[in-house]
Design a protein around this ligand. Sequence first.
Ligand code: COA
Length: 170
Amino acid sequence: MAKAKPKPTTQSPKRVIYPGTFDPITNGHVDMIKRSLEAFDEVIVLVAHSLKKKPVFDAKVRKKLIEDCFKNDSRVRVEIYDGLLADYARKHNIHAVLRGLRVVSDFEYEFQMATMNRKMNPNLQTFFLMASDNFFFVNSTLVKEVFSHGGSVKDLVPPHVEKKMREVLC
Ligand code: COA
């Protein structure tokens, strides 16, 4: 007897939001996005607003810098958003948020944010991905700091980001 054909799956794509300030995107963020695509079908990188930050790069520039990292990958979409993450997720019917954990001290703040986001939107789950060994010490502020004192950021940001830093910060 012929085997029954497997039923075509009608599952909707697994989408995740990766929110952040991205001022600018670093190789640590790029690594996080690439690795998340092993678990999710689409990543929406959300250039979001943080009350405690005054970004150096304009939001449109930050968006373009991220897009240029993933030019050939239609699974990565970038958007600028200045509202609540919980509302964005609800509006777009997305149930997953991705955040990176680099060091133990990240945990407390991330735990608070994840809990607050879940309180505002109970359908929203936060997924944490450990940063790769090469990037656990990287953050956007340090990259800008090193660069503005003449240090090399070659291994920390993609080449087009370094070029933009030269234009804006020099
Ligand atoms: N590699 C490299 N750097 C990383 C990293 C990684 N894997 N993961 C985090 N970082 C860095 C970031 O570059 C950032 O560096 P900086 O402080 O030098 O800019 C830092 O670690 C993380 O900063 P943090 O303030 O924790 O987060 P963020 O700036 O990335 O984003 C938002 C915070 C935007 C996600 C948060 O403010 C938000 O959700 N805003 C939307 C409004 C909202 O809903 N607020 C309520 C939240 S409960």
